[in-house]
Design a protein around this ligand. Sequence first.
Ligand code: BV8
Length: 251
Amino acid sequence: MSATRAATFHPELITALRSARRVAVLTGAGVSAESGVPTFRDAQTGLWENFKPEDLATPEAFRRNPKLVWEWYEWRRQKVRSVQPNAGHRALAGMAKRYAEFALITQNVDGLHQRAGSAGVIELHGNITRTRCFNENIVVPEWTHTGEVPPLCPQCKGHLRPDVVWFGEDLPEAAINEAKRVSSACDLFLSLGTSSVVYPAAMLPEIALRTGATVVEINPDETPFTPNATFSLRAPSGVVLPDLLRAAGIV
Ligand code: BV8
């Protein structure tokens, strides 16, 4: 490991990584950007350029036009299927093996953490590779393809929807409670690739700060959380996280 690389990181940051016992990580769309998955901030393209994500990701939008919303998620599924996890995803999968306690909390619905080898990922907002019945609210693993868009629930013939949390909907209780628990128990918290504006996810770094953890933000841009972060690194997570872990001798 060349001396220069360690020098680029604050020595207390390196110490925090080396001495941490219980680590919690929160990720957002930015961690998948280097894989080619557009973030919520990125302007939508093609068919979807005139739609704001937060206008499509609501139960009201689905009731109004279920076909439109289903096709948006189908477009996103194809995008996710066509890309690979990046060095940021892989670095987090590697980190999990190096700490006594390690929790990975994500706002992402793309499943790329799991494809990079991360286990026990706490999915706060669901996963677009799963589908559930809009009426009965149960996950539906398979259904008959009749050409209907959205397809219909084999049980109640209601519309099927992606198994994600839409704006105005509550998060899965077990997931948000576990996320709050690990955030209040950790001594090192990483906030990666999130604009820190969507709640309740955005309160998790605050919980970690309040319980005395070192909180490291990684984001090319500043966020509302930046002034509170113990360290805030202005760089892409797929580049700086592997560098940081190498400099600390973690991986
Ligand atoms: C709820 C799934 C009970 C679907 C999503 C308190 C205050 C204010 C508002 C509220 C509040 N409490 C509740 C609300 C309402 C709302 C909310 O937070 N609104 C915001 C917009 C103000 N929250 C809810 O509705 C939640 N439900 O609270 O229920 C309730 C209900 C009603 C009223 C009260 C309480 C449900 C929220 C979940 C919604 N579902 N996703 C889908 O994906 O389609 S949210 C979705 O948007 C994502 O999951 C994610 O959470 C969010 C996008 O944020 P990010 O992931 O951070 O991505 P973003 O694009 O914004 O930013 C990317 C960042 O990456 C940028 O900063 C960029 O600089 C950076 N970046 C770019 N490249 C890189 C990078 N970083 C690192 N490396 C790179 N290479």
